[in-house]
Design a protein around this ligand. Structure first.
Ligand code: SF4
Length: 276
């Protein structure tokens, strides 16, 4: 049997790196074999689908508001109690006031940087730049539970987003690369509006992240064997459950542990345009 290997020119993202860290086989199936497998990720299916759609619409509403559409017009799109609550929380959030005065708001921005012979890409909900001073990375989360800050700090998203902004964000800062100390990442939770998770950055963390990401990407590039995770709890929310014959029944949203919250993370390529 021919061993699987990465396609040439493969571009990594925080999601693919996180998949590899959670389960090497999931990385192989999703990114090397590009296998579409129809198992539902959570039960009940309809509730999960609705939550995903609400999350996508919320992301789009916030993006449109930040580029200048009036809040009253966008509010008409909040067509469910959950969406109305998130939208009200967003409009009232103390931590978000003043964002529009910063001047440099870059919504739904993609940055990429080379790591060895591969590329690593980050898709940002919002980078707010105070030119010459600071850059704030905002990521909107519609999780039904608020994860612990220590857990979010260790997520690959937190590491990738800050490191890539240092490496590839100079054009947002008048051509000068940001110093790590100028960067802060903020996860804003739509259901916990006064409890954002804030992660400042510094040179030591940047060096650590560069080393971790380089070594992880080299490891994946050299891998020919992608074993199944030994932690079968990871399978409860994985679309390949029936393919791997690991955990035949989907987990429920309520049972979802911190480690699995991210299955409902929104990637802005999934977000449809709003029609008025
Ligand atoms: S079902 Fe389990 S072993 Fe299979 S890819 Fe998913 S997480 Fe990995």
């Amino acid at each position: 049997m021919i061993s699987p290997s990465l396609p040439s020119g493969f571009t990594f993202s925080q999601s693919s790196l996180q998949d590899y860290s959670d389960c090497p086989r999931r990385f192989q199936l999703r990114y090397i074999e590009q296998l579409q497998w129809p198992a539902v990720e959570t039960e009940p299916v309809l509730e999960n689908e609705r939550r995903q759609q609400e999350g996508q619409l919320f992301h789009r509403m916030v993006q449109q508001h930040l580029i200048g559409l009036p809040a009253e017009k966008l509010a008409r799109l909040a067509n469910s109690p959950t969406l109305s609550r998130w939208w009200g929380n967003y409009l009232n959030a103390i931590d978000l006031r003043g964002l529009k005065e910063l001047g440099g708001l870059h919504t739904e921005l993609t940055l990429a940087a080379p790591i060895g012979t591969y590329r690593l890409l980050a898709k940002y909900d919002l980078i707010a730049v105070k030119p010459g001073e600071q850059a704030f990375i905002y990521d909107w989360k519609t999780y039904h539970k608020r994860p612990r800050d220590e857990w979010m700090a260790a997520r690959l998203q937190t590491r990738v987003y800050r490191a890539i902004l240092v490496q590839a964000g100079a054009y947002l800062n008048g051509g000068n690369p940001f110093h790590p100390e100028q960067i802060e990442m903020i996860y804003w939770y739509a259901d916990y509006p006064s409890e954002p998770a804030c992660f400042p950055y510094n040179a030591a963390l940047y060096t650590r992240d560069r080393e971790t990401l380089t070594s992880l990407i080299n490891e994946i590039g050299n891998h020919r064997h992608f074993p199944l995770t030994e932690d079968e709890k990871k399978c409860a929310y994985c679309p390949y459950r029936s393919y791997c014959n690991h955990g035949g029944k989907a987990g429920t949203l309520d049972e979802m542990a911190e480690t699995e919250l991210t299955i409902n993370d929104i990637n802005f390529e999934q977000i449809a345009e709003i029609e008025f």
